[in-house]
Design a protein. Structure first.
Length: 295
């Protein structure tokens, strides 16, 4: 492992390391307007939701590294403290990227990128009609983080109205994570797409107190088969099964086959039981997997 001292790196090097490592990042596609009525549309990947009560997003138009200039988005929200955060999905990503071109003041990126301006209900900047979700926001604060190239400017945007396209909702009226088809920013020219094939769930350990990885037997913790993710799932179970429950699974066909095939061979028995447990974990049978590794 290499260790880098940030003070020894120039801004370009810092940007490269950090933006490749701290990823994926959601994209704030912000529409703003100045006092003269000039509309600006620009994407920022230094962005996230930071509060739900009040509902608050934060994004940061950083000072340009090459010449230390500021961006029209920052200048606009200092004049008109309103913005719309338009969520970007895959069908928009190429046009969104085009809108990041540094056009001159007064040039409307909606026109250049081919997006449709949709009047907002509460704020002056228009919405992007093609965006699956549009957040009308009031800018409550702008925090300048420095005057050097690459310094961020945190824009605190309180969400006042949320517009959601009905086609991305599920049967219960919630946003369907598969239907929204989100994209996110990585380093350099790289992006990623949230598709059905790369979605997975991790149960939150909020309702129960997991036994923890440290409570698992040493032979399980040091398994040559089970990964850290596997151990994390086992450690999230709230309690150990009883000895009787563990004994009963020896009658299961797949368990019995392993036991019969490894009589007198402790090393292979452990490995094959852990392989079986790993297969069960993939299938979501976490409690049964724990019983298997405890045999």
């Amino acid at each position: 492992m290499i260790t880098l001292k940030t003070s020894d790196l120039n801004p370009v090097q810092l940007q490269n390391y950090l933006q490749y490592a701290i990823a994926p990042r959601p994209i704030c596609f912000a529409s703003t307007i100045d006092k003269a009525g000039h509309v600006n549309l620009s994407p920022f990947s230094f962005f996230n939701i930071f509060s739900t009560n009040p509902p608050l997003c934060v994004f940061s138009p950083a000072r340009r590294i090459r010449d230390n200039t500021t961006k029209h988005t920052l200048e606009n929200v200092l004049e008109v403290k309103e913005c719309v955060i338009n969520i970007v999905n895959y069908s928009m990503v190429q046009q969104m990227s085009l809108s990041s071109t540094e056009y001159a003041l007064g040039v409307n990126e909606f026109d250049k990128s081919g997006f449709t301006m949709l009047p907002s209900k509460l704020v002056k900047p228009p919405r992007v009609a093609e965006a699956p979700v549009q957040l009308e926001c009031m800018v409550t604060e702008v925090i300048h983080l420095g005057e050097n190239p690459g310094a961020g400017n945190l824009i605190l945007a309180e969400i006042k109205l949320i517009h959601i396209k009905e086609e991305i909702l599920d049967g219960e009226g919630r946003i369907d994570q598969e239907k929204i088809d989100l994209v996110a920013r990585l380093g350099g020219d790289w992006y990623c797409r949230v598709t059905k094939d790369n979605l997975f769930k991790v149960p939150k350990p909020l309702t129960t107190l997991g036994i923890g990885v440290d409570a698992l037997p040493e032979g399980v913790r040091n398994s040559v088969v089970l990964t850290g993710n596997d151990l994390g799932m086992l450690g999230n179970i709230s309690s150990f099964p009883s000895a009787e429950e563990v004994d009963r699974i020896m009658m299961l066909t797949e368990v019995k086959e392993v036991l019969d095939a490894t009589i007198g061979d402790t090393v292979n028995r452990t490995r094959e039981l852990h392989e079986l447990a790993k297969h069960l974990l993939v299938g979501g049978k976490i409690e049964l997997a724990l019983k298997v590794v405890l045999l």
